[in-house]
Design a protein around this ligand. Structure first.
Ligand SMILES: [Zn+2]
Length: 181
């Protein structure tokens, strides 16, 4: 089996604000002992913070004995800078017509457009044709678009309360992206 991840994406942080917000949230997580202060080789493609002594305070089910904790890839990776927080497939819901669908035709072009610097890049609902900005698409399994993300590698499910606390600490809207490799 591969590695899974949960990413709390800040939908509103600007490119200028992202580094400062990342540092502030890191300090907050370290103070609560959710993560360890050191940066180590515990994520894929970079470095991250290993789970701290109070890691289970972030979880839906505070499982101290979870097999996850023994894994090498088990850290929090902070991603700063324009990033597409993708998941394989994904499932979106149209706010206009309620259709659920896996984004296909035109999605990758819109993603490229956003990644190229167009914050207003849009994608049209395949059912009703209503355009929606990429960053506003949501659903069961959304993609995230932004300048700041907190990627938890191989952690058990994060609790809604924890995500809400992080959201309040950031002072922005957030989105949870889940996936596996
Ligand atoms: Zn629609």
């Amino acid at each position: 089996m591969g590695d899974s991840f949960q990413i709390i994406v800040d939908k509103d942080a600007s490119a200028d604000d992202a580094p400062r917000l990342a540092a502030r949230l890191r300090d907050w997580l370290v103070a609560r002992r959710i993560i360890a202060p050191e940066l180590t080789d515990c994520v894929l493609g970079g470095s991250g913070h290993r789970p701290g002594a109070s890691r289970t305070a972030a979880l839906e089910v505070p499982d101290e004995e979870s097999w996850c904790w023994g894994l090498e890839t088990n850290g929090l990776q902070m991603e700063v800078g324009r990033t597409v927080f993708f998941t394989i497939g994904g499932e979106l819901t149209c706010r206009a017509c309620g259709a659920h669908f896996e984004p296909e035709d035109g999605w990758s072009e819109a993603v490229d457009d956003w990644y190229g610097g167009n914050d207003g890049a849009e994608f049209n609902c395949p059912e009703c044709g209503t355009p929606e900005r990429l960053v506003e698409w949501s659903g069961e399994s959304p993609w995230g678009f932004g300048h700041l993300g907190f990627k938890f590698w191989n952690w058990p499910p994060l609790s809604e309360r924890f995500i809400q606390e992080v959201t309040e600490e950031l002072g922005h809207r957030t989105l949870l992206v889940r996936g596996h490799l």
